[in-house]
Design a protein around this ligand. Structure first.
Ligand code: 26V
Length: 839
């Protein structure tokens, strides 16, 4: 997992000299240079000092977890030392990335890599007879996110630090991150996650920077000394927001940013009067209510939770973050009218969209700006990123709830809406048009449209892939887009190569460094140099050997977690992501069943040995998704026990998908399943991680798959199925599902076997809801795409049997996906949205 040859503690000039002399033969290379002995000694002394003085432990009593904490504390010191270089310097402009989710994973390998001390730490621990892998394994994942949206925020933070873009990440310090998934007889059970149980060595509590966030109450008028009137919100309740800062270390530690996560605390720890009167539980009730705000991450992945607590979470962190940055701006610059020159605020989806009225309130009610000046400042400072167009995932809040919880904000929203509708009607507008562009949806009770609110409050609104951005313009935001056609821009997502290539796949990274030089570590565009070796048999053999080694390692993990043994020589076919109907894990399972039947029917054919891996969590209340997990597990059970298919087909559902599990699956994958219904996956980012690591994609023309195809070339990807326009056409034809099923014997065979209880003999009706969805309605067009998916999968089989062309394609995937670096994405945001200098 951790780095070997590539991220040693060597100085930059040494690494580049080595690169210039990189041998051109693909024979095994001599061992990498080891860090200087004194570096190792200094590091070992630092770790031992932390173990003794911060943990009160000796090497004899230290567990892996203690070594982890001691090492993390020693590295945090170095991050602080690195950040001290810029401490006290006020940068011209900062980015503030507001996100309800940061799906970080572990930080040790990230910190060691970017501090350039991976080998030093390894040697320092080895000298104490401590294994770095075991220590790294003792770090819990910070799983403060559900999926793509939260992981994107984490990649962006790492890239901003590496590009030296001055930035704060702002979010919530949840006590409990995303639940741990336990699979019992195929059934998902959610267990609370406890990443903070033994403390968190990376963070600093900043009690002195706490602020107060209000809820409820009423709005009064106050006469100012100059005779003017101002509205003042008088909240009925206040909650204290306490920040915790985690240093985000950029590559080479040349720049360090902070991720500032807010914890909710009661203003008073205890109601002493009540306690003394004998009401010991009631005395802390108030506190429990306040602290509930940062207790747990919503595992909803998109469906607006609809709970009051969720709105309280959103306002809590948005208000605290805005107060924090406004206070900093006033301290540094004085006048809030210059805020847009020195601060950019990015809203990661609509979760922080309440920033629009909250910033207006802070500027107008608290700091006395005119409405016009405040609106100018707000709309020049905010940016909004949309991450989904699925109607059920678009946030709206009942007006009644907003009025009760945030009365002043509701007034401001009404005022913004009134001015907006006035402006729109100037150009003559029908009531239907006004209803479409209004901030208030009145079609089923009055609700505030958070997407519209973010759109109006932002200077730029962006989608996350070319297709998604175009669909934003044509569908959900079409009426608003027509009012300001420059506002929507595209910013295709990216991933940080430091985590997803250098740290997760050190073997492949070492090979790339050998081939094109260490400069590839600083600028992924040099990966393109690998294309020259794509046909080279010796290079192919080395590339394949790296993959083989990762597959063996993954096989050990899967066997440990599931008891299922995998053959590392088989094609590893992986679908790893949240379980959602639109992502179509069910299509993959149907194909698996059809393949199982085909092998059974012709057992003597030369089938390509395949391992199908599934991993992902379902939202706790999403019954169809949970049933899909159960089906995958039940299919695995039957297929793996059938001697007729042994050695040809193996299926496994790997429990508790996480960032860390992704880091071990991705380097071991041969085939990447990206098979969403076209038009529904906004971008995808797992698709990029897998392609970078050399898995070939089987996918639809959806999200960033389209751009991946454009980069790797049509010969190096397996595309199938309807495109977004085709999906719209077919969806307009009622009854298409039954026609598709009637036309495909293979699909019928698979469906019938599932419907007849072929995988649930004790309960034949178990998968009825899944079968019914396909036969009546099939919202996600599995039946329409099935046959073409089958065809593409057989093309994959054939390609796997031609290793020369397979490995050529794999190498070309690695060589041609450099553009998907989140460094590129962050440069684009910096230039076109934030107008902030890079570096
Ligand atoms: C949630 C839901 C829940 C209701 C059913 C439909 C549905 C569809 C999508 C979502 C996800 C909401 C937000 C989200 O996580 N979007 C993801 O953002 C990633 C980063 O931009 C992107 O790569 C994924 O394609 C997108 O789904």
């Amino acid at each position: 997992m951790l780095n070997d040859a590539v991220l040693t503690g060597r100085r930059r000039d040494e690494t580049s000299r080595d690169a210039a002399e990189a041998p051109r033969s693909w024979m095994p290379q001599p061992a990498p240079a080891v860090p200087a002995g004194d570096d190792v000694t200094v590091m070992r002394t630092a770790i031992l000092a932390k173990l003794a003085y911060a943990l009160g432990k000796t090497p004899a009593t230290a567990r892996d977890r203690d070594w982890f904490v001691a090492t993390a504390l020693a590295l945090r010191d170095r991050a602080v030392a690195a950040s001290a270089i810029s401490a006290g310097i006020v940068p011209p402009k900062r980015v503030h990335y507001l996100s309800l989710e940061f799906l970080i994973g572990r930080l040790l390998s990230d910190a060691m890599g970017n501090l350039g001390v991976a080998e030093t730490v390894r040697a320092a621990l080895a000298g104490l007879d401590v294994d770095l892998e075991a220590v790294a394994g003792a770090e819990p994942d910070a799983a403060l996110g559900n999926g793509g949206l939260g992981r994107l925020a984490a990649c962006f933070m790492e890239s901003m630090a590496s590009l030296a873009i001055p930035a704060y990440g702002y979010g919530i310090r949840y006590d409990h991150g995303l639940f741990r998934q336990v699979i019992e007889d195929g059934v998902q059970r959610e267990v609370p996650e406890t990443w903070l149980a033994e403390g968190n060595p990376w963070e600093f509590e900043r009690a002195e920077a706490a602020c107060e966030v209000g809820f409820g109450g009423d709005v009064a008028m106050s006469v100012q000394p100059d005779g003017t009137l101002r509205r003042v919100w008088r909240p009925a309740e206040t909650v204290r927001a306490v920040p915790y800062d985690t240093p985000v270390i950029g590559r080479g530690a040349k720049h360090v940013n902070a991720l500032r996560l807010w914890a909710a605390r009661a203003p008073e720890a205890i109601d002493l009067a009540r306690f003394n009167a004998g009401d010991h539980v009631g005395a802390v009730a108030e506190r429990a209510r306040a602290e509930a705000i940062s207790r747990v991450l919503y595992p909803s992945d998109g469906t607006p939770a609809g709970q009051e607590l969720r709105l309280r979470q959103e306002f809590f962190f948005t208000s605290a973050s805005l107060q924090d940055l406004v206070r900093r701006h006033v301290a540094e610059r004085g006048d809030l009218r210059s805020l847009p020159d020195h601060a950019a605020i990015q809203l990661n989806d609509t979760h922080p969209a309440i920033a629009v009225p909250e910033l207006m309130r802070l500027l107008v009610d608290v700091h006395g700006l005119s409405w016009e000046d405040a609106w100018h400042v707000t709309t020049q400072t905010l940016g909004y990123t949309n991450h989904t167009l699925m109607p059920e995932a678009l946030e709206t809040w009942p007006v009644e709830l907003m009025e009760r919880l945030l009365p002043r904000h509701m007034q401001i929203i009404y005022l913004i809406n009134w001015m907006h509708l006035e402006e729109v009607s100037k150009h003559g507008s029908s009531p239907e048009h006004l209803a479409e562009v209004s901030l208030i949806d009145e079609s089923h009770g009055k609700r505030v449209r958070m997407g519209h609110l973010a759109f109006l409050g932002a200077r730029r609104v962006n989608g996350v892939s070319a297709l998604h951005t175009e669909l934003m313009r044509q569908t959900v935001f079409a009426p608003l887009h027509a009012l300001d056609t420059d506002k929507i821009v595209n910013k295709t997502n990216g991933i940080t190569f430091r985590r997803w290539l250098h740290n997760a796949n050190p073997g492949l990274t070492a090979l790339a460094v050998e081939a094109v030089g260490a400069k590839v570590l600083d600028d992924p565009r040099h990966l393109e140099g690998l294309a020259a070796f794509a046909d080279d048999s010796a290079f192919q053999a080395r590339y394949a050997a790296v993959r083989r080694e990762r597959k063996e390692a993954l096989a050990r993990v899967v066997e440990e977690r599931t008891g299922i043994a995998l053959d590392p020589d088989a094609l590893f076919d992986v679908q790893i992501k949240r379980i959602h109907e639109y992502k179509r894990q069910l299509l993959n399972i149907l194909e698996t069943v059809a393949l199982y039947q085909a092998i059974k029917a012709e057992p003597h054919r030369d089938w390509t040995p395949r391992v199908k891996l599934f991993a992902g969590k379902a939202a706790p209340s999403y019954h169809q998704a949970k049933l899909i997990i159960r089906l995958a597990s039940d299919v695995a059970k039957r297929v793996n026990a059938d001697p007729d298919v042994a050695g040809r087909l193996t299926v496994a559902f790997v429990p508790n998908y996480s960032v860390s599990l992704a880091e071990s699956i991705i380097p071991a994958a041969d085939l990447s399943e990206q098979i969403s219904t076209a038009g529904l996956e906004a971008s995808g980012t797992g698709n990029m991680k897998l392609a970078l690591n050399g898995a070939l994609t089987i996918g639809t023309l959806d999200g960033a798959n389209i751009e991946i195809k454009d980069h790797v070339g049509p010969d190096n990807i397996f595309i199938f199925g309807l495109d977004a326009a085709g999906v719209q056409r077919v969806q307009a034809q009622p009854g298409y599902a039954s026609r598709a099923i009637a036309a495909s014997a293979r699909l019928r065979g698979a469906l019938d076997m599932i419907a007849a209880g072929g995988f649930s003999p004790g309960e034949p009706g178990r998968f009825r809801p899944l079968v019914d969805e396909l036969t009546h309605g099939d919202r996600f067009l599995l039946t329409a795409d099935f046959d073409d998916y089958w065809r593409a999968q057989r093309e994959v089989d054939a390609a796997w049997r031609r290793p020369k062309t397979w490995w050529k394609s794999a190498i070309l995937n690695t060589a041609r996906t450099a553009w998907f670096s989140s460094d590129r994405t962050m440069r684009e945001y910096a230039e076109e949205i934030w107008r902030v200098r890079v570096g």
